[in-house]
Design a protein. Sequence first.
Length: 666
Amino acid sequence: MKHTLADVVEIDLHTEPPRPASAELSALYRQEGQCKRKQATRHGLWIAVAAYLLFSITDILLVPDVAFYTIAARFAVCIIAIAALETQFRLNASANAIDATCAGAVILAYAGWLYPAMMTADIQSISYYMVYGAIFMMSVNLFFSFHFRLSVVASVIILVIFLAALLSFPPMDTTYKLAFGTFCASCFVFTSYVNWKLNRERYKVFLNALEAKVQHNEASERGKALLRLSNTDPLTGLANRRAIDQRLRSLWNDWQKSGMSFAAILIDVDFFKRYNDCYGHQEGDRCLILVANALEATISAYGGSIGRYGGEEFIVLAHLDTGERVAELAEAIRRTVEDLALAHGQRRDGTSIVTVSVGASFTRNQTGTKLEKVIHEADRALYAAKASGRNCVRLFDPNDPQSSDESENVAALLKIAIDQHLVSLVYQPIRNVASGRVDAVEALMRLRMLDGTAVTPSLFIPVAERTGAILELGRWAIRTVCRELLVNDHVPVVSVNVSPLQLKTPGFAASVAAILGETGVGGGRLALEITEGLEMEMHSDILRCISDLKTLGIKIWLDDFGTGFAGLSWLRLIDFDTVKIDRSFLHDCGTPRGKAMLQDIIGLVRNRGHNILVEGVETDEQLRLMQEFRIDQVQGYYVGRPAPAETFTTPPPSDQRRARLMRPAG
């Protein structure tokens, strides 16, 4: 089974690192510090040589008759020992070999001195001077850091040389030989024991140091694993938002300092909530993992980095030189997911596989001085891609009104629009075709800037939806229509447009109920228009909200019918009070084909039993056609232009004449 990076990190955290066995420890101990041991032995031998040669003075004082020979022997031994040692260093001999050479040099030094010294005529001096051999035993056991076995062997050889010399020296009596022999044997035992203890302590120190090293390595590896885990998305194994933010900051600094341009690309899996609702969260997780793996393989070819930025949202950062390269990478990302061909049969936009919407931004001189600007621009481009039908790529265009800085000014304006009275409502009449009376009015929102300049709805409505300002504006609009027209019964019904975001927001129906209770308006006086479009996903939250609204008596209208992909499904699922047929079908009635199309749509809606309203009536000819088709209600400039609330507080004088014009002839 293939593990994600997050799984590997978890495995690392719960796996104990292997520890060496006893035999391996011994081998490690012998190999530990080879270089340091060699240097220590080398320095020790040079010091021992110097001390050995200095003892030539005692030769002159104690055995002057053979001092020439003993001193010559000392120099010869030192030259041989130093030459052998330096040769081994040049040949890069092992520490054990150098230790053996050094031990042999100590033995040779004792034997080389003792032999000529015993030729002296001064029997008393040499009888005491022979004990000098104990110093050589101390050297191999205590001065040098030889391993115990080598020290014991060298000490035994020195002891044997001493005892052999002692026994072969006839002038000494038995008591003397016994006393000095016992002394040297005691020195051997004592120094060997101390050497054994020192070697054990050295081994313990080695073990403690090794354990400390192992623990340090464990802590270091666990720290690295925890760091990877803190920077890793647990589901996909990609970098998480924290790691991506660090990478983004690094790219931004490179761009600020050296002008290395880069791209930020946001990727959103289309209709993923619907995928989760239909196939389950486990399949949803599997879908995200497959998408992540495919994207990672694609991004690696461009030298970029990818991370999971949210639930079904990914982000790509890459050093790219031109906008064309950014567009190429963004399209490669879209195509990669499309080529996976993961089934998504619950979509209602004509596509049956999993796709992604891609929004990209690219550093340029006008990007600004804030790091967040690049991501914000990519997010705006992603919104544009989703608004354009999904499964497409949009590169941030500063000249596009919906993505330019002007939209950001509008976003800032919307935050203060209600408090500063910059937002208002106008109302367009909806007339009954048979009677000519005003059955209802549609509330249309207007926005002006601080200097009084009007902002077109096509600009500020998408911005309000993108920023979430539509939620507060929507509640304000419902409260305003209740107070301006419904409380005093100026019109029978007022319709208000609601966005998908409002219907998806928990508590929306409750907030509408609170406004109706606050103003004392019955639910049957209010109609909410739902636009048929890509943003209207038929999931349980929206259906539940619509059901709650109808329970309050609120009328539910389907707006712009015929322009989206899910109209028939909506008609099947929801009992709409009115269906508004989009103006484009009426305007196409200049051709037989267009007229037949409108008749077919009217017949379909009429068979479902819904009230029919046709938008866009702008001429007398179009009005008479609606009378011919027996349409219930019409709306358009010919039957009434949008006007302030004051216009409807008193019926205009021309209202009766308008009603006469709308009555069918005969």
